[in-house]
Design a binder for this molecule. Structure first.
Ligand code: BGC
Length: 744
């Protein structure tokens, strides 16, 4: 059927058949629709299947090029009445193919009795990464290093345009897990270890994704993975986390709570278990906290196969059907089934047998329908009317470069080893020197991001560096786990004073990214040692999503850049920083471990600072949270809090003056920390309370003001509730300190 004609048919049908006036609120329209639905139709709405289930071929092994299967479409969309489809069948598609997919899906939905449109969702976590030609931005861990929520919001807005332009109104992003274990293979998908930073960045992303476009429509963000996913005890993906409720509330919940306050429409549940209870079955987390306390009104969606996993992985249900009842009764609205047709059947049976009430079903379906109305899907299920820009616009490319430059951290720069001088004889090598995929990480054209078939034509680090510094040459052949023979390495470096080593990790996400040792591969560390022993200036560029330990080798490096996963513009940004065209400004959003086994986060407790001689030592990070250098220098002065006494309902301002005392322009990220001197729960050594970026010309000074409420200083007390105790607090920026008394 001609698509425009199809839209018209749907519109007329929607109005006449359902008779639900458009001017009503989304919820009122959803209620009216709900009242017409059968149990089977409701169960269909609570079902989300993967695109595999409507495509030619088998799950995980689809026919290429991708094609929809009309029989399966009929079975899934028309007969089963499935309410939501997700994902990409293996790899990225051109935008035109996305439009065909979405149009077909909605055409089939229009053949159902109530013509309820399908809600399509995708993981567009650093750009429309499943739409060919779209701009790919730095991954979240890099965004966090920019400490720039305003740019993150702009990025999210542009990503939303690209994703909606592909016909998809729902994005499984942002990740608001607080990453406290660097082994965890999803570390890089987060905003790092600090709940305040994650909250600020998360809110910005939600606002950007959900802002209404010129056509009056917006996409839905999906906060994930609620909650407690970021600190598995053994560091492996989807393994048990043991987190006391107090810590859960203090560290892991706030980013979700803040993003919910900002209006996030959906939330995806953590596949793991919290203190022995799989989160998908936890009434305490899904109802008591999420609904009663955080007042979340939107849709909860499971993660991949996680209802079935209650049986198959977690062993808390004897049968799949029992698992369905457990999860739905705990508070799941929509099941990312996504590869079987059994779920819907079991859901219906559970209701008929009284194991799940129809009231619970109605609650879930009402939320799903409300979301569909809010997204405008009933009014325009197709994408033709959207006037979104095609992916890859100049605006997006400029932003991806800007974000990359603001997210690359200069960790070390002994004797001004960087920037490289014009004409400096530089040899570039290492496994990530000529490899775009490592710059992007997982969720890039494919799930693991490793297939090179879909790579765009953008420079790798060695190409970008060669453009910026023609005297740079490249040596290939060094992999992550094996380097060339020492004699060849040295021969290749003959005549070069400097070696730029691009080390780190290959791409991964989720379970395939599990590792058993945080230490960087020995072969890569050998390169550092060999070139340092040969008298070279060693510049390290770390392209990796989690901090791999390399403490002994670190001492041998003259300069180190932590580039994280900077995206398609990353190589150019790295090269521009190496040659000094760009002055680095990012700071670490996590503590870079000195030792994998005894790693603490920056907000550790006082006892964690004690050495074995009982003397206090700093927390044992190789590079501290918030560390990051510049090619210029900044001096901090005149720091003061504007009140000495602070009532519990009051707010307070910090003032500090920053001066650029160096010779080139730069941006400084100003971090304001507080320390609770005495508290009924052992206080953290320090907590980040506010941050801001300030741009300064050489010699220029600016006063920075940062405002906070007294309540921002509260902590989760013995009763597992946030409390604020009277007493003394220290505040500090850089080395400057001031104190304030909280009064009763
Ligand atoms: C991941 C989620 C993702 C989902 C859909 C899961 O395996 O944990 O983050 O959104 O798949 O692709």
């Amino acid at each position: 059927m001609n698509r425009k004609f199809a839209s018209l048919v749907v519109l007329i049908a929607l109005f006449s058949q359902c008779g639900i006036p458009k001017k009503e609120s989304a919820e009122a329209r959803a209620k009216a629709m709900l009242s017409k639905m059968t149990l089977e139709e409701k169960a269909g709405q609570m079902t989300q299947l993967s695109i595999e289930m409507i495509s030619q071929g088998q799950g995980y092994d689809l026919v290429k090029p991708h094609a929809l299967d009309t029989n399966k479409l009929k079975e899934v969309i028309v007969n089963l009445g499935v309410g939501s489809i997700l994902n990409v069948g293996g790899h990225t598609y051109p935008i035109a193919h996305w439009k065909e997919i979405i149009t077909s899906v909605q055409n089939y939905a229009s053949q159902t009795r109530l013509q309820i449109p399908v809600l399509y969702g995708i993981d567009a976590i650093h750009g429309a990464n499943y739409t060919q030609g779209s701009t790919l931005y730095p991954q979240q861990i890099a965004l966090a290093a920019s400490f720039n929520p305003a740019l993150a919001k702009q990025m999210a807005r542009l990503v939303a345009k690209d994703v909606e332009g592909s016909g998809i109104p729902w994005n499984f992003s942002p990740v608001l897990d607080v990453a406290r274990n660097p082994l965890w293979p999803r570390f890089w998908e987060t905003f790092g270890e600090d709940p305040y930073l994650a909250s600020q960045m998360g809110v910005a992303m939600v606002e950007g994704y959900q802002e209404k476009g010129a056509n009056g429509r917006s996409m839905a963000a999906c906060l994930k993975h609620y909650v407690g996913y970021g600190n598995p005890a053994n560091g492996h993906d989807r393994t048990p986390a043991y987190i006391p409720e107090r810590q859960l509330r203090e560290i892991y919940l706030p980013p979700f709570a803040n993003a919910i306050k900002a209006g996030a429409k959906t939330i995806m549940i953590n596949s793991g278990e919290w203190n022995g209870e799989p989160v998908h079955a936890s009434k305490f987390l899904l109802k008591t906290i999420l609904r009663d306390e955080l007042k979340f009104k939107g849709v909860t969606v499971t993660d991949w196969e996680d209802i079935k996993n209650l049986t198959e992985r977690h062993h808390i249900a004897a049968t799949y059907k029992e698992a369905v009842a457990l999860a739905i009764n705990a508070g799941i609205d929509l099941a990312m089934v996504p590869l079987d047709l059994e779920y819907t059947k079991y859901l219906i049976e559970n209701v008929k047998e009284g194991a799940v009430t129809e009231t619970r079903i109605n609650e879930a379906v009402l939320r799903i329908l409300t979301l569909k109305y809010e997204l405008g899907l009933f009014d325009e299920p197709y994408t033709e009317a959207n006037s979104f820009v095609e992916p890859g616009s100049k605006e997006s490319l400029d932003l991806s470069y800007e974000l990359a430059t603001q997210s690359i951290v200069l960790l070390k720069n002994n004797n001004s080893a960087l920037p490289l001088a014009a004409g400096e004889k530089v040899l570039v090598t290492g496994p990530n020197a000529n490899y775009i995929n490592a710059l992007n990480g997982g969720w890039t054209h494919t799930w693991q991001g490793r297939d090179t078939a879909y790579n765009p034509v953008v420079p790798t680090i060695k190409e970008a560096l060669n453009l910026a510094l023609p005297t740079a040459s490249y040596l290939g052949g060094n992999t992550y786990t094996q380097h060339l023979p020492e004699a060849s390495l040295l021969a290749a470096a003959n005549g070069y004073s400097t070696v730029v080593l691009c080390l780190g990790e290959d791409t991964y996400t989720e379970k395939p990214g599990d590792i058993n040792d945080l230490e960087l591969d020995a072969a890569q560390q050998d390169l550092i040692r060999i070139y340092k022993n040969a008298g070279k200036k060693v510049v390290l560029v770390l392209v990796e999503g989690r901090p791999r330990t390399f403490t002994k080798s670190e001492a041998l490096c003259d300069a180190i850049l932590y580039a994280a996963l900077p995206g398609n513009s990353g190589a150019t940004a790295i090269a521009d920083i190496l040659v000094g065209k760009v002055n680095p400004s990012a700071k670490l959003p996590f503590s870079f471990p000195m030792y994998g086994a005894t790693h603490s986060t920056y907000d550790c407790k006082y006892t964690e600072l004690l050495n074995n001689d009982f003397k206090p030592a700093g927390y044992n990070a190789l590079f501290e949270f918030g560390h990051g250098l510049s090619y210029t220098q900044f001096a901090y002065s005149k720091f003061s809090m504007d009140k000495r006494e602070l009532g519990k309902q009051d707010s307070i301002q910090a003032h500090v003056t920053i001066t650029n005392t160096g010779t080139r322009a730069g941006s400084e990220i100003v971090l304001l920390y507080s320390t609770d001197v005495v508290a009924s729960i052992t206080p953290s050594v320090k907590r980040l309370r506010s941050f801001t970026r300030v741009d300064l010309q050489p010699g220029e000074s600016k006063q920075v003001d940062m405002k906070l409420a007294a309540s921002d200083l509260s902590f989760v007390g013995l009763q597992n509730k946030f409390i604020l105790e009277p007493g003394k607090f220290y505040f500090n920026v850089a080395q400057l300190k001031d104190s304030v008394n909280i009064t009763n």
